[in-house]
Design a protein around this ligand. Sequence first.
Ligand code: 6R9
Length: 635
Amino acid sequence: MSYYKIENLEQYFKHYKKSVREPRKFWGKIAEENFVWYQAWDKVFEFDMEEARFEWFTNAKLNIVKNCIDRHLAKRGEKTAIIFEPNNPEEKEQRISYNDLYARVSKMANVLKDQGIKKGDRVCIYLPMIPELAISMLACARIGAIHSVIFAGFSSSAISKRITNSECKFVITSDGSFRGNKKIPLKPIIDEALLECESVEKVLVVNRAGIDIKMMEGRDLWLEPLLEQASPNHVAQVMDSEDPLFILYTSGSTGVPKGMVHTTAGYMVQTAYSFKNVFDYKENDIFWCTADCGWITGHSYIVYGPLLNGATTVLFEGVPSYPNPSRFWDIIDKYKVTQFYTAPTAIRALMTEDYSYVNSHDLSSLRVIGSVGEPINEEAWHWYNDHVGKKKCPIVDTWWQTETGSILISPLPFITPTKPTYATLPLPGIQAVLMDDKRNEIEENQIDGSLCIKFPWPSMARTIWGDHKRYKETYFSQFPGKYFTGDGALRDEVGYYRITGRADDVVIVSGHNLGTAPIEDAINEHPAVAESAVVGYKHDIKGNALYGYITLKMEGEYRDRENLKKEINQYISSHIGPIAKLDKIQFVEALPKTRSGKIMRRILRSIANGETKDFGDISTLINPEEIEKIITKTI
Ligand code: 6R9
């Protein structure tokens, strides 16, 4: 019997039990039967929860790209691997077959090697959503270099922090990008970032937007001429199961971003397995995930998961509103997309548009529709179900994280009955638990607790680059012996999970995780600012938006408050990126603080949400009188 595909609910429970009782047999069989290996493993896994050390498929040898491309060539060489849909609908799409993909990835791999990249070197990829982005990721993995993709909306200072942290040797970027009706230069942002980075030896540049840019001699090279000369064949590097595959930065509760490290074999096995089951993938499907490859969703469900299954995956450069709000529906119709995977924030934005945009399109090709990134509210769920899924496509509300590598909690389409706002049941292998404040497991239903996972899974991140101590402390110390997700959740009477939101200082704005600490750091750099506190508040479209409470040290010099607000947002934009800008700014006399000097963000969060009646226990506050002032006035 194969464990790779779950066919019905009874089988789901059977596989789940097997995965808990005999995890070695369960994952061992999946790994053995569905992938190609140069050498088998000694042990399916080994771990030490206390030290946060994990190994999966110990000592096995493989290459993930051989599994994504080479092994499909005999049967699917002419099949389309990637459909590239450009930002401008007038520009022709690209259909890249598995044969073409093999050649293009091999060329890029040869260029990287010829230019001096070796196994284990870090390569930063800062590209828009164009084929070269996926191809660069795969080329790195093919030669054993570790890719670190940085979302192309990040600012130069955010980039230099990340490049410096992982000591990247190369950067792959483009002259610029197209987004809606805008043309955005990217290379100048890299140039600025690199003023601060010593590790970078070369910058390879894709010509995408035809922007006139400066090339630094000895450092910068145009990619096209190098690719033209490169050989279209490349023998994939033999990698160990636990060799790092990529680093991907995620926000934390301090100013230093966490470089989550994913390794080769476990990530491969579980992204492929989850893709197959959560999207009920079948051979001739056309799969479209609207995320950006700069986030984990793009890594796992635009690139690795689909290609590991020999699927056709759509890569879209543009935005849902350009040239008009029917762009998503146009694309679904154009390619006869069968699975559509997007974020609640996109759904909420499209919901506000006229129904005719969505209803005038033929969406009958769709079979499964998915949601990811933040809780999907009931109204958005129903709109998605009624207008996109036409009440016949199950919605898979998939809960997971950069750290988890692949989807952990989700309905299985046509198998698990769905329920609005519930991510429902953990996939086989995922031992989810809810913990109370006293660190006891919550057995009852309908009680909010901290969502933890009490047993390792193959695609979990192995460490934070260069800081294993932080990895251990962040994820394995609050609830000893368990992985703490940072999320709150509750369970209904049948055991379905509903994610209730972050339990830490991370706010999810339009599906992007933003740590409030680095935003506060950026605000505090402004000469007029004494202190700041940033919190999230509910927003109809973005899910959450950011509210900043700021005290000033130079009030007089900054009488023009509107201008000061603009300046503060510019600081945020240049330190982090425009996605982290504040929607609301309130200048206040003082921030509410505890006796130990901590800002009580809980109170500020309530005020930002308009909840000003009951603040609960404020006995530890040293200045409770400030609360009333904050509610009633700004300075
Ligand atoms: C995949 C991804 C992780 C955080 C996570 C949680 C939130 C993701 C969700 C969800 C409710 C869902 N989140 N999926 N909340 N329902 N279906 O988004 O990774 O960017 O690391 O964010 O996103 O709070 O902890 P990442």
